[in-house]
Design a binder for this molecule. Sequence first.
Ligand code: 13P
Length: 254
Amino acid sequence: MSRKNLIAGNWKMNTTASESVDLINEINSIVGQQTHTQVCICPPFTSLQKASGLVEQSAVSLGAQNMSAEPSGAFTGEISASMLRDLYVSYVILGHSERRQYFGETNQTINKKVLAATQNNLKPIYCIGETLEERESGKTLDVVRSQVREGLESYPVSEIDNLVMAYEPVWAIGTGKTATDEMAQEVHAFTRTLLSELFGDAPASSVRILYGGSMKPENAKGLLSQTDVDGGLIGGASLSAKSFCSIVEASINS
Ligand code: 13P
C-alpha cells in the first residue's frame, strides 16, 4: 500500500495571527502548489481563521494543536471539533507529550478526543513516544503499546484512512537529539504491528506514521527514507519557511 507522506508543522505557542500571515505566505509560495507530499500547518488557534483564508487556494492543509472531547457547553477556554471544522481545519494534533506532561492528559482522556475528532471528520494526528527514562530502562515498546492500545480504543476501522500516528520520542523534542534512522524505523514498524493487531494488516498498512523530534533539513532525508516513516511532525524547524520547505523537499525526494 503506498502512503503519501505528510509533513506537518507544529508551531506550538509561537506566532501571533499577524506574524503567521507572513510565514504562511512564504510556505505557500514555495510548496503550496505541489501535491507529491501532503503539507499541513498547525498554527495556534488564534491564527486559524486567517490561515484558513490563506491556504484556501493552495495544497497546504490546516491543522489544530489540540481540541476538546466535548461537543459544546460550559467548558471555559476549550475549543470544539465543530469550531475547527467551521474554519476548514482538516487535522488535529492530539496527545502531544507537552499536553501529557503539562496539562495532565492521559491515554484515556486523549482517546476521547481521538474519537470526537474522527466523529467530526477531523483527522487525528495521535502522538506517542517514550521519555528518556523509559528508553533507558528498556520500556520503550511497552509504553508505545499502551499508548496505541489505550489511545485508540474503540477507534472504528471504517475511519482508518483518517488516522495519522506520530512517534515523537520525548527526549528528542526540542533538544537537538534525534532518534537514529534505525531507532525510528524500529518503533514505527512496531507501531504498525500494533495497528495490524487492532485493525488488520491491510488497514494498518494505510496508516501514515510520522516521526517527530528535532527533525531538520539535515536529518530529514535519512529518516523519511525508512520504510515505515511516512512523514514528519516538525516543531522548531517549522517556524522558518525555508527549513520547513526543505524538509518537504526532502520528503518529495525520499
Ligand atoms: P522539535 O522539532 O522542535 O523537536 O519539536 C517536535 C515536536 O514536538 C513536534 O510536535
